[in-house]
Design a protein around this ligand. Structure first.
Ligand code: FUB
Length: 450
């Protein structure tokens, strides 16, 4: 799923980049990732997440967040994401207490050709119990690094989850959280506060609020934030006609995780005329919610500027090329009966998932596959089956056009089976895979077209 490639980053330097060639949810497939701050720089989307790792006896605190560095990822099509590698390490930041494993949610913004990366961590001069966060900045000429950290954190700021917004008039604002949400103007140098710190008022008074993310659309300033209204976080928003409020609470952008991931943390961008919500869930670590994975789904506004609730999907965003390995376990829809998803290797979740169909009424649907203009001739399915079975692949809907029928022999090992297509359809299609027999069970890793 991951291949190594050599990418030219400057005229003189060649470095190794990791290309992650699939991009359904979760987006990052080679490590845990959380708290995504997505930004559009030029014609690419860059995502700056936290990097969860698992604590050990020597590293961090058991059963708690553990983060020692940051990576940055980018894509120009929302499908193929490049991991540009580590951009900051806790032990290379002058003000951060070494081995504090507290490199929590960051943000990054561009101003006058420089990229300012904001991150919270435990400062060296903090009390011995290691509690208390400051927020620092690292500056680079490129969005993928080389980020050089400032020697000291930003004066006057204590808290986590920095977020920066630059208004149309050029004024920059820093937001952060420490149970409440705070905001202040930033100086032109982006490194110092330029106003009093304001506690953003009129937000819910009960329950933790954190992870502020501010953006402007059609003259409305949106303050979006995770909030514990009930037992765990959900994403909410408030609006104002001023970047520092007062804000009016408007509603929920994303409900609480249905499987209990306690945190959520997000960012919102517009890219090529579509808005997207980046957020996180614990996809690769279902039993431990401090090892999270970033996701993205489309977001829409109503005519009055209110935000439509985003229902999280596994399918995520972007158009999948039909000739790539289509991970149908990242489905758009699935039948109530006879269809399920499981890890390929329960001992190594990063190997990904498989789809299991075991009822004649079972089906799974995967939307937005680009078949291009040139006729494709065959389908390849990577399958295994204890019973054998026949499946049909359709375009458009469950009852749509059958483009292939694949008879899968009994074989408990994974095998690739190729059959000719019965029909070819051009352009972007939604696909479904349907089981046609009862008392049979078929497992899929992926399907692809040639
Ligand atoms: O990732 C550590 C913390 O969890 C973040 O700072 C919060 O926003 C929550 O996502």
């Amino acid at each position: 799923m991951k291949k190594l490639n050599i990418c030219k980053l400057s005229l003189s330097i060649l470095i190794l980049c990791h290309y992650i060639t699939i991009a359904q949810n979760p987006i990052v497939r080679n490590q845990f990732s959380a708290d995504p701050s997505a930004r559009v720089f030029g014609d690419r989307v860059y995502v700056y997440p936290s990097h969860d790792i698992l604590a050990t006896e020597e590293k961090g605190k058991k059963d708690w967040f553990c983060m020692e560095d940051y990576h940055v990822f980018s894509s120009d099509n929302l499908i193929d994401w490049t991991d540009h590698g580590m951009i900051i390490h806790q032990n290379k930041v002058p003000w951060v207490r070494p081995e504090s494993y507290s490199m929590w949610a960051p943000d990054c913004i561009e101003r006058n050709g420089k990229y300012y990366f904001y991150f919270p961590s435990t400062p060296k001069d903090t009390v011995v119990d290691g509690k208390g966060f400051s927020i620092g900045v690292a500056v680079s000429d490129k969005p993928s690094g080389n980020f050089i950290p400032e020697v000291k954190p930003i004066k006057g700021v204590k808290g986590i989850d920095p977020n920066v917004f630059i208004d149309k008039d050029g004024q920059a604002y820093l937001y952060w959280s420490a149970r409440d949400i705070f905001g202040a103007k930033l100086k032109e140098n982006m490194l110092e506060l330029d106003s009093e710190v304001k506690t953003l008022a009129d937000l819910p008074s009960k329950g933790l609020k954190e992870g502020p993310y501010v953006f402007e659309r059609k003259g409305i300033y949106y303050l979006t934030y995770p909030h514990v209204e009930n037992k765990i976080e959900r994403l909410e928003y408030a609006i104002s006609d001023n970047p520092l409020g007062p804000f009016k609470v408007m509603g929920v952008i994303m409900d609480e995780s249905p499987t209990g991931c306690w945190t959520n943390h997000h960012s919102i961008i517009e890219f090529k005329n579509q808005w997207y919500l980046f957020y996180h869930h614990n996809d690769y670590s279902p039993t431990f919610d401090k090892a999270r994975s970033i996701r993205a789904d489309s977001l829409s506004f109503n005519a009055d500027g209110t935000i439509q609730k985003v229902i999280p999907t596994l399918r995520g965003i972007g158009v999948t090329n039909a000739t790539k390995e289509i991970q149908i376990d990242r489905y758009s829809k699935i039948s109530d009966k006879g269809a399920s998803i499981a890890f390929l290797d329960p001992l190594n979740s990063f190997k990904g998932w498989k789809t299991i169909l075991n009822d004649s009424s079972a089906w799974i649907r995967y939307n937005t596959v680009d078949f291009g203009k040139k006729p494709l001739k065959s389908i390849v399915v990577k399958v295994s089956s204890r019973s054998g079975g026949t499946i049909q692949i359709r375009t458009q809907s469950k009852d749509g056009v059958v483009i292939a029928e694949v008879k899968i022999p009994v074989n408990t090992e994974w095998q690739n089976i190729e059959v000719p297509l019965k029909k070819f359809q051009t352009g972007i299609q939604d696909l479904s895979v349907t089981m046609t027999e009862s008392n049979k069970e078929v497992e899929f890793d992926w399907i692809s077209f040639k």
